[in-house]
Design a protein around this ligand. Structure first.
Ligand code: IYR
Length: 228
């Protein structure tokens, strides 16, 4: 095995009892996260978003190339531009432009329990939009040339850590994925080798915000895990 420079592996050692208590407590907090679709315009300090992105940026990644970029939008004009472009795509998706919906019947039926439609006011109302980009190439130097590895997996993990940290900070979140979303590259001024993955909307919920009951139904542990 090659021997690169190394440092000691440091990790606080917990008793099994403390480990279980901490895991269960974090699981309880994470289970309270639910997607919010009605945001308040109440401002949120930028430092909280910075902390969450720095947590996301510590995610494991293929060859440690860290193939992600987070474009953070707080400007009302840019939020409006994103809303307008996203809603134009969503109108085609849902058939709200008068044409045949781009989404098939099965997809539209699957969304019925969530109650989503082409109107996306939260893209303008919420204080922050974090547009997550995956760097298909670029390496650590972000040179646009070097091969990256396991980009989808790496960016997916980083997004999970971003959402978990925003939730831990008491913020409501929404992952929004207009399709196609190439317009985000133009609005966020990102290079062509970066692919927009999702918009993470963050802020406080609007007073009286609701969630669809369907969102509370989670598969039980017995169904999602097997032990061999
Ligand atoms: N992008 C659309 C559709 C949508 C698709 C899925 I899968 C969802 O879980 C939710 C929405 C929209 O944002 O309405």
């Amino acid at each position: 095995m090659p021997s690169p420079d190394t440092l000691p592996y440091t990790l606080e050692r917990l008793s099994d009892a403390d480990a279980l208590a901490r895991a269960a407590a974090l699981a309880d907090r994470l289970k309270q996260r639910r997607t919010c679709r009605e945001f308040s315009a109440e401002p949120v300090p930028r430092a909280i978003i910075e902390a969450a992105i720095s947590a996301a940026g510590s995610a494991p990644s293929g060859a440690n190339h860290q193939p992600w970029h987070f474009a953070v939008i707080g400007s009302p004009d840019t939020k409006r531009a994103i809303r307008e472009a996203a809603e134009a795509e969503e109108r085609r998706f849902y058939g709200a432009d008068g044409g045949d919906p781009k989404a098939g019947e099965e997809w539209l039926a699957a969304l019925r329990d969530l109650g989503t439609d082409a109107d996306k006011p939260f893209l303008e109302v919420a204080p922050w939009l974090i547009v997550v980009f995956a760097q298909r190439k670029g390496g650590i130097a972000e040179d646009g040339q070097t091969q990256n590895y396991y980009v989808n997996e790496s960016v997916g993990i980083a997004c999970g850590m971003l959402l978990a940290t925003l939730h831990e900070a008491g913020l409501a979140t929404l992952t929004h994925t207009p399709s196609p979303m190439g317009f985000l590259r133009r609005i966020c001024e990102r290079p062509e080798w970066e692919k927009p993955v999702m918009i993470v909307v963050a802020g406080h919920p609007a007073p009286g915000a609701t969630v669809p009951a369907h969102a509370l139904v989670k598969k039980p542990l017995e169904q999602i895990a097997s032990w061999l």
